[in-house]
Design a protein around this ligand. Structure first.
Ligand SMILES: CC(C)(COP(=O)(O)OP(=O)(O)OC[C@H]1O[C@@H](n2cnc3c(N)ncnc32)[C@H](O)[C@@H]1OP(=O)(O)O)[C@@H](O)C(=O)NCCC(=O)NCCS
Length: 195
């Protein structure tokens, strides 16, 4: 996958807002003000999230606590989480972000969508943007996506974007749909035209 960042990287952090091309969605840096729309999105998505996301049954206080942690880790320059916002209705379509938990020089991308936003390429477009941003951050030369072997829809996202399946590892299942075998998809960069 090739591409340069059309967005400015300032002080080692991605832009607070990313407007996707090719998909009707805007990524807004997680803020406490997203609590209402994010919790409403989780409430609409519980059955669809439960197989894969251990937090699927969270209450509003847990959503607020998550957003508070997300704000703090953005400020610390470690993790960069976004609420996906429908530009027409201003409802949340899901969330995604860059997470520093896969070692030096690398970031992991995590994501989920409300069921009504699936099947239109929204997450593929969001992950494409996050990859471009990740490789524009100082010191990042690898992006990973981890998902359970049984999570076919999730695995299709890195598959569409040129990630390679690097390995399948034993993992502790954290949600009821997980098998305990986790796929590790890897993309190394920066993209050729950013070098
Ligand atoms: C993982 C998840 C975000 C994937 O959603 P998705 O809708 O399949 O992914 P995208 O938004 O990229 O859309 C891809 C679909 O849109 C279609 N599509 C339409 N236009 C497209 C476009 N321009 N580009 C790419 N795909 C497009 C694709 O064909 C694909 O549909 P298909 O699977 O029926 O072939 C979603 O299933 C989800 O939220 N799952 C629950 C949470 C979860 O598992 N998170 C990941 C944990 S590891």
């Amino acid at each position: 996958m090739a591409g340069t960042a059309p967005w400015a990287i300032e002080e080692g952090r991605p832009p607070a807002e990313l407007l996707l091309t090719g998909a009707p969605a805007r990524l807004e840096r997680h803020r406490m003000r997203h609590g209402d729309i994010l919790f409403a999105a989780i409430e609409r998505s519980r059955d669809h999230l439960r197989p894969w996301m251990p937090w699927a049954d969270q209450d509003r206080a847990a959503t607020d606590a998550y957003l508070a942690r997300a704000q703090a880790s953005w400020d610390a320059g470690t993790d960069f989480g976004y609420t996906l916002v429908d530009p027409v209705t201003s409802a949340a379509l899901g969330a995604c972000g860059l997470i520093a938990r896969v070692g030096p020089g690398a970031l992991e991308i995590g994501y989920w969508l409300v069921p009504s936003a699936t099947g239109r390429g929204v997450m593929t477009a969001a992950v494409r943007a996050l990859v471009i941003v990740a490789f524009a951050l100082p010191g990042v030369d690898r992006v990973e996506i981890h998902c359970d072997e049984a999570n076919v829809r999730s695995a299709a996202v890195p598959g569409r974007l040129g990630f390679r399946l690097d390995r399948v590892v034993d993992d502790t299942p954290e949600a009821p749909g997980e098998t305990g075998r986790s796929m590790v998809w890897v993309l190394e960069g920066p993209p050729p035209d950013a070098q």
